[in-house]
Design a protein around this ligand. Sequence first.
Ligand code: GDP
Ligand code: MG
Length: 164
Amino acid sequence: SKPIVAIVGRPNVGKSTLFNALAGETISIVKDTPGVTRDRIYADATWLNYSFTLIDTGGIEPESKDVILAQMRDQAQIAIDTADVIIFITDVRQGLVDADSKVADMLRRSGKPVLLVVNKVDSFAKFMPDVYEFYNLGIGDPIPISASSKLGMGDMLDEVVKYF
Ligand code: GDP
Ligand code: MG
């Protein structure tokens, strides 16, 4: 069966925007899969000769900050249990926050392949200096993207498929 790639990250970092950009560019069908909970959305995607299943673990985001970390842990656990590659997405505008560090620790301990993606880098010239702090997460080189402008998608996908 196809490799599974899960997108994990805090509310508002751009998980769904990335999901839609990849699903829209690489295939056509984004659908709810029967029998899965509403907070997991699946799509088929392709890159080069590779086909994979993409999961947006985000869905319904909590309103209360108190439950954000708990939900992130649940989503990260879903990704650890089901994915072959995890895209851990952060936000260059908000910078590195404590919840990112906690979830990064959890992902690192899982031993699963994790790609550290830094979103909202709409201008590389302007925002690249702020990308480097994400090295502090200790889960590898940050990959800058702009999901809304579709910048950096190809380089990111090249890294994803290396794990297939
Ligand atoms: P999610 O909660 O992680 O699924 O985040 P969303 O995909 O819903 O995006 C949250 C907000 O960030 C929305 O207003 C998006 O339009 C915005 N956003 C997403 N990607 C980018 C990006 O690359 N650049 C900028 N400037 N905004 C973005
Ligand atoms: Mg979302």
